[in-house]
Design a protein around this ligand. Sequence first.
Ligand code: AMP
Length: 280
Amino acid sequence: MEVFTSVASLRNFLEQQTFQQRSIGLVPTMGALHDGHISLIQLCKRENDIAVCSIFVNPTQFNNPEDLQKYPRTLEADCAMLEAAGCDIVFAPSVEEMYPKQPVLKFNFGALETVMEGASRPGHFNGVGIVVSKLFNIVKPHRAYFGQKDLQQVAIVKKLVSDLSFGLELIIAPTIREEDGLAMSSRNRRLNVEEREIAPHLFQILESAKRKLLKGESVEEVIRQATAAFDSIEAFKLDYFEIADLNTLQPITTPGATGTNAICVAAFLGPVRLIDNIVF
Ligand code: AMP
């Protein structure tokens, strides 16, 4: 496995690989890797000759300076995990390398960014759009891998790829969870022991909402009960609980066909903001 920190040297290396007809897969990450990320790497390695993992804590997508400052950075441990997973290339640029100049370009993802994460984290998806576009232009992957854990990000990246004609295939992989149901996340390591014990309630409330919807209870009633469930656990501060159309991410009043509906949640647990979702 080779680690690159410079855009020019990575480009040079990957252009030679493409010239030799080798396919390139990209897994963009912010590091502090866990088994969720590793599942993407393994999938990428199975489907491509060269698996590239980028590790970059992208400042332009953080709307909260404390979240950016406290975001875990564990490059050495990440590289050990990536090597064991069969990753070929790590791209770990500095902020100056990725942003020699502050970008002025602004993305507008329309209705996709006016809900949920977009509404709660102003500017977040603009930063995602910028960094993902830069990574696509630097790596020029044949395939790029994203997790369903960040459902709205998936919708945004799909839009980016289609609106800007990035000639690549997007592959979306399922959310990997701890045994107790908690979705794996780099931010989980900031939870203290008590918070970590409470955290699986997030997924349990999602599952319970899904069951109720499948039994025919109304969207309005299910949201009311889920909100009450969060309110009853003092450590949680609910940000949003939405039942939405999977593609448009707009709120729905009645679920559509199987596989077209999503239940999405964001909640603070102590200082940490957790998100999760279920598609049904
Ligand atoms: P991040 O480092 O949080 O930006 O995540 C990098 C990629 O890994 C994104 O496409 C995420 O959706 C994906 N990812 C994060 N957590 C998980 C998980 N628990 N299961 C599957 N994919 C994940």
